[in-house]
Design a protein around this ligand. Structure first.
Ligand code: HEC
Ligand code: HEC
Length: 461
């Protein structure tokens, strides 16, 4: 009897200890892996646009220390020297991350993207002057395709393992033993697996029969097809320029205005939701929080004015130009047609972008958003017929021109098509106020930029 009682007491004590241990373990697990910490709040709207989290760290985030060491472990996979800067992201002095990258702790620190990575322009007035950054302008220097390939290629490389990465992480980070164990046995292997899983959806960016997107371009509708609605790869290919997203209040759906280059979306609210879903990579966990960011973005982008031209203007020439504009251009760019689709046969530009999207894709993508319980007018469920006659506010900073960025400067755009340059370098940020656009030839442009050849697929001007 005595023995039995002792055994019983022993069992009870052990059970209580185990329970406590389990609870502590669960707490640590939750704290170090899942606990959602509030994102850094930014009082200044420009800072918020550049660095503020929209919530993408949850499903699309990369663990901070892995993000940090990748360029150090895999410098051979970068398109040039300078770490992430080689991809043409805008990096402000003294900032921990480039513009368009947000950091948030969900258990551990994670890095994700914001709209500003593609929608922040930079230019320099001279080769030796500092870049001027224009949030909401098009990032014409970003080599997005190379960045996507970098992440997948690193994950596929045998050097992406706990030993190699931890060695590099330990050089810079001061992690405690729990975090070090977590990185070694969970975070590194899981991140590797997640990145490799994306390879199939990214198949088309490895195709040798397609030209490179080049700096400042993005095959956005194909991204939507392969990631948002999960379609298998088809043969379409249509990278476009990054657009500006300032002054969005100029678009009025009630006047027949459409958004995106081919007019595939109804209004700013819809485009912004779809863009944000693309960044989130999954259904938002906290829908109110998500829609709060959307409302803020709609308001900020609607009211943000286009930047004015920073170089001197010859008023006599401008007055002559104004008359020519009224005669030759206003019928599409300052009229009822502005913001609406002009048939591709009439405008005569490259048609490949149109073939990357269609009515069925629009219906399915709209269904995905609806299934998440998100209400928006959404993508236009009609065949695509042409390109939107652009509003020309802030046009000086939209170079290179046309939806596919196939014409380097305004000067070239005003020439007959057969006289426009057929080969030029895009992505160099020194401005040319004579031709109005960026410098696209010469040794520096060739070194920094990527070659655009108008004879290649989807590139014609
Ligand atoms: C990976 C790059 C990238 C990111 C990130 C991105 N966009 Fe875009 N965005 C584009 C491209 C490219 C287009 C043009 C697509 C097309 O028409 O083919 C576009 C189009 C748009 C348009 C339509 C512009 C017009 O005049 O019709 C808006 C508005 C917009 N984006 C807002 C956003 C917002 C807000 C975010 C963040 C939630 C965001 N984008 C994130 C690349 C990006
Ligand atoms: C028939 C209607 C029409 C007329 C007339 C017209 N445009 Fe356009 N314009 C368009 C369309 C449509 C696009 C978009 C084409 C594309 O991107 O493929 C465009 C694109 C542009 C762009 C490039 C915008 C960007 O963001 O890259 C500029 C600049 C431009 N037009 C200026 C002019 C000027 C200047 C004139 C007069 C000399 C003119 N256009 C006459 C319909 C027209």
């Amino acid at each position: 009897m005595k023995l039995f009682r002792r055994l019983w007491r022993w069992l009870k004590v052990t059970a209580v200890l185990l329970l406590i241990l389990g609870a502590v373990g669960a707490y640590i697990g939750w704290d170090r892996f899942m606990r959602v910490h509030p994102a850094q709040a930014f009082g200044d709207p420009v800072e918020r646009f550049k660095y503020g989290s929209i919530g993408a760290e949850q499903d699309a985030g990369i663990p901070y220390w892995i993000f940090y060491v990748l360029p150090r472990v895999f410098p051979d996979k970068l398109p040039g020297p300078g770490g992430y800067a080689a991809f043409g992201v805008a990096w402000e002095p003294g900032e921990e991350l480039p513009i368009g990258f947000s950091k948030r702790r969900i258990g551990f620190d994670r890095v994700a993207n914001t709209c500003a990575v593609c929608h922040t322009a930079s230019y320099r007035t001279k080769h030796d002057s500092n870049p001027v950054l224009v949030p909401t302008g098009p990032n014409h220097t970003l080599n997005l395709e190379a960045f996507f390939r970098f992440l997948v290629d690193c994950a596929k490389d045998p050097r992406f393992n706990a030993d190699t990465l931890m060695e590099e992480i330990d050089r810079s980070a001061d992690l405690d033993w729990i975090d070090r164990l977590a990185y070694r046995f969970l975070i590194i292997p899981i991140t590797r697996k997640r990145l490799i899983e994306r390879e199939q959806q990214f198949e088309w960016i490895y195709r040798h029969d397609f030209p490179e997107w080049g700096r400042g371009r993005d095959d956005a509708m194909n991204l939507t097809k392969y990631f948002m609605i999960g379609w298998p790869m088809d043969d379409s290919f249509g990278p476009t320029d990054m657009p500006s997203i300032w002054n969005l209040k100029k678009y009025r759906a009630e006047d027949g205005h459409r958004m995106n280059f081919a007019g595939d979306s109804h209004n700013a609210y819809s485009v912004i939701i779809d863009s944000a879903l693309g960044l989130m990579g999954a259904e938002p966990k906290d829908k109110d929080d998500f829609l709060g960011h959307i409302d803020w973005l709609v308001d900020y982008l609607s009211n943000k004015p286009a930047p004015s031209y920073p170089f001197p203007i010859d008023q006599t020439k401008a007055a002559q130009g104004e008359q020519l504009f009224a005669q030759r251009c206003a019928s599409c760019h300052a009229s009822k047609r502005t913001g609406a689709v002009v048939p591709v046969a009439e405008v005569g530009t490259d048609r490949e972008r149109l073939d990357t999207w269609n009515e069925k894709a629009a219906r399915e993508a709209n269904q995905v958003a609806e299934d998440m319980g998100i209400e928006r007018k959404g993508l236009v469920e009609e065949p695509l017929t042409g390109y939107v006659a652009q509003f020309l506010d802030g046009i000086w900073l939209e170079a290179p021109y046309l939806h596919n960025g196939s014409v380097p400067t305004l000067y070239d755009l005003l020439l007959p098509p057969e006289q426009r340059p057929q080969r030029f370098y895009r992505g160099y940020d020194v401005y040319d106020p004579i031709k109005v656009g960026f410098v696209t030839e010469g040794p520096q442009a060739e070194r920094t930029g990527t070659l655009h050849d108008t004879n290649e697929r989807a590139n014609s001007s």
